[in-house]
Write a protein that binds this ligand. Structure first.
Ligand SMILES: [Fe+2]
Length: 388
């Protein structure tokens, strides 16, 4: 067992059916009187703001404004536009309703409101606010990033064509509200992609070189919930129980990954997202099993993947670690196929001649060093060639 680790606890997590409609009181308790709702056009058009809005008014806090300008991969401009909307509306509380992009934007808006518009000073290094940050409530509408319960945000820096990381305990939403009814309308393709992202958070937490007992426990439970519900949620979007399993699974996988971190697989996905606009979950699914195969050579990883196999419900008691690990990889490969996700980089339009650049970008990612073993450019390139 690892003895010697740090685990950052997120804010409060409330998991409640139709909880999105009852935020007036919790916001008032946080001192919020004027709320800025941060979201994206898809969430707004799907009518998902209606239940949230219904919980305000009648003498309590009010919704002062709605900012729906968050896109798939928000950049610094998105953050600055949103913080301007917050200032203009006199908001003293933010509620992010959406997927990871929306929630991450709101987290970095907290920094911009406190520190001004020069965000580049705060990327990478841990952020310690100079004063109290506005309270942030997060309501996920996808079961993917788990960003609603993490202290980390990723934003595209156009100058670097890379996602840059902001992190600090103060960035974790004060309240994460898990209401599975908010995910019922998520289309099958996004259910699959975001779900595989969550599954990958659990896998990368388990093989991380800073994995510890808390992250291991969260990751295995997350795999159980995600593995047991993802196909039902994909085929029957209105299955509330399956949606709830996915939402809780992604939430705790996010907590695991925020503390054990992600590595090679996510580095490749970040590079594909920043350079070719490939959806994060799709990008993760494209390289997940290849990344696991690569990592099998490192000490401790087969044993970690035995935990993946167990989490996914495979009976591996009679298998040695290597066999159990290979069965886990095979199971995930089957899931990617069953979820009808793209299976090659070629299918998502990545040109073959860009593979070396992609490999180079992935290796510049700060998380690359957290992979369980040293990996050369040639090895990353070989992995990408196999995934092509
Ligand atoms: Fe991810």
């Amino acid at each position: 067992m690892v003895y010697g680790y740090e685990f950052k606890l997120p804010g409060k997590v409330v998991c409640r059916e139709h909880g999105a409609g009852g935020l007036g009181k919790p916001v008032a308790r946080m001192g919020g009187t004027r709320v800025l709702l941060v979201t994206d056009p898809g969430v707004r058009n799907a009518g998902l703001l209606d239940p949230v809005l219904s919980g305000f008014g009648e003498g309590g806090p009010e919704v002062a404004a709605i900012f729906d300008g968050v896109g798939q991969d928000p950049d610094f401009d998105t953050v600055l536009h949103c913080s301007e909307a917050a200032r203009r509306s006199g908001a003293d509380c933010l509620i992010a309703v959406g997927g990871g992009s929306v929630i991450d934007t709101a987290k970095v808006v907290l920094i911009a409101l406190q520190e001004g518009d020069d965000l580049t000073r705060f990327r990478y290094g841990e952020y310690f606010p100079k004063g109290p940050l506005l309270p942030l409530v997060a309501i996920p509408t996808t079961a993917g990033t788990g960003s609603e319960s993490t202290h980390i945000a990723m934003i595209v820096d156009p100058a670097e064509t890379l996602k840059v990381v902001f992190h600090g305990s103060g960035l974790a939403p004060r309240l994460a509200l898990l209401d599975a009814s908010m995910t019922l309308t998520l289309p099958p393709r996004l259910t699959a992609a975001t779900g595989m992202d969550a599954l990958c958070h659990a896998v990368e937490s388990l093989h991380s070189n800073v994995a510890e007992p808390v992250t291991d426990g969260l990751a295995v439970k997350a795999l159980e919930l995600i593995g047991g519900n993802i196909l039902r949620a994909f085929h029957q979007g209105d299955d509330l129980e399956a949606r709830a399993g996915m939402l809780v699974g992604s939430n705790i996988a996010g907590m695991a990954a925020a503390n054990a971190y992600v590595a090679l697989i996510h580095c490749l996905a970040h590079a594909m997202g920043a350079r070719f606009d490939v959806h994060h979950g799709v990008a993760v699914a494209l390289v997940l099993t290849r990344g696991m195969e690569h990592n099998l050579r490192f000490e401790g990883v087969p044993a970690a993947y035995r935990k993946v196999a167990r989490g996914l419900g495979l009976d591996v008691d009679r298998d040695d670690d290597q066999t159990a690990a290979c069965r886990a990889i095979e199971r995930i490969r089957e899931l990617v196929a069953d979820l009808e996700l793209p299976r090659t980089l070629r299918e998502v339009g990545i040109p073959r001649e860009s593979l070396e650049d992609l490999a180079g970008s992935a290796m510049q990612d700060r998380s690359f060093a957290l992979n369980p073993g040293r990996t050369s450019l040639e090895e990353v390139l070989a992995l990408l060639e196999k995934a092509y």
